[in-house]
Design a protein around this ligand. Sequence first.
Ligand code: UD1
Ligand code: CA
Length: 450
Amino acid sequence: MQISLIILAAGQGTRMNSDLPKVLHRLGAAPLLHHAMAAGQALDPERIVVVTGHGSEAVSKAARAFDDTALIAHQTKQLGTAHAVLQAETAMAGATGDTIVLYGDTPFVRTQTLAAMLDARKRHAVVVLGFNAVDPGRYGRLIAKDDTLERIVEYKDANQEERAITLCNSGVICADAATLFHLCHKVGNTNTAGEYYLTDIIALARAEGLSAGLVLCDEAETMGINTRAELAKAEAAFQTNARTKALENGVTLIAPETVFFALDTTIGRDAVIGPNVVFGPRVTIESEAEIKAFCHLEDCHISRGADVGPFARLRAGAELAEYVHIGNFVEIKNSVLNEGVKVGHLSYIGDANVGDFTNIGAGTVTCNYDGVMKHRTHIGKRVFIGSDTMLVAPVTVGDGALTASGSVITQDVPAEALAIGRARQVNKSGLATKLYERLRAIKAIKKDDI
Ligand code: UD1
Ligand code: CA
């Protein structure tokens, strides 16, 4: 059966105290919105509609960055969650099958939980995801008998007795697309908040003789982010979870509590991650690679058997082939390092291609930027770049060539040539001794002055 997702993300999130729309705040180096989308996308939905309002342009861009087929529905005024769902009706035209409504600010709902809701749909017209809250606070309360729901009452509208209920609404709702829109059209706004509550569709469904069911999940899954404090708490929860998953997948983490993952970090079996490693977005590490202590990686791919660090930084577009060795204080950006390349110490390699088994000496810099434009450096196979070589791009060093230490390479180096680009050394005999005598004499006069 086809399924669709509607993700509500129009709110500003006033309590974040931020210019950034709430769903764009980052959790695991990804916008909150991507977490909700990821949970739903694993169900292989026929379409995803994101309802945007505050910061619509930026939120739409983020939605499409995650899934370029995502449809955007705009909600000009935030009149309530049922009104938000109705904004998706046009984008949902022709959609058949079940629709799951998710909130963009609720990042931990698991795919398995959504699948359980789809399963419960076989028995009920509308299915709500609920949880038993330790502190039910301002959540909507579920009025239920066993697994059958009668209605949902919002905190603001609830009486004393209803507020005592600890069975709460997570906000996730699932129904057949046609039923969902039919019921949302019937929702009014005569309530304390003057909003069109999506939660009202339960009582409306029951009044039509439709059944409403309940799926329960762990409270941790339904955590909504409303404040920076909650975001920080969510980050801690996300990291704990990601570390556990990495360990289960056969990754060695020497000090798990010091490693920080992104939502999309992928690490192969038998990779080893040292202490204090931070993964930004879009990092893939293949099996048996090793990342030593204190490395920062983002948007890069590390192949099998490569080793990186300690203290290395891999930036966007760093592509390391098998058995590449990157040592301490090395930065790599937008560069392809082919098999067995070694960059052992204190180097910057940016906008470069480096051929198989080339060795880059300590202190090498690809001078890729002239203040206006970026240029590429091409280094062939089995090249030896001497320590402290400045490669002024655009420049090409041919296969098997060698550059002398301290060279500034401004012209292409043919294959197998030795390039020396530095001033010739001159030795002046006895001059060191004379120089010291003079300096010591000057120092003595200065002391007398004092
Ligand atoms: C909602 C539920 C409540 C539930 C709680 C769980 C309703 C009426 N209430 O309350 O039962 O316990 O979530 O967290 O649904 N949004 C829009 N457009 C709008 C209004 C909201 O897109 O016009 C989006 C928000 O950006 C947010 C989500 O919908 O992502 C939820 O809205 P919010 O106002 O936070 O609902 P709650 O009051 O938390
Ligand atoms: Ca909320």
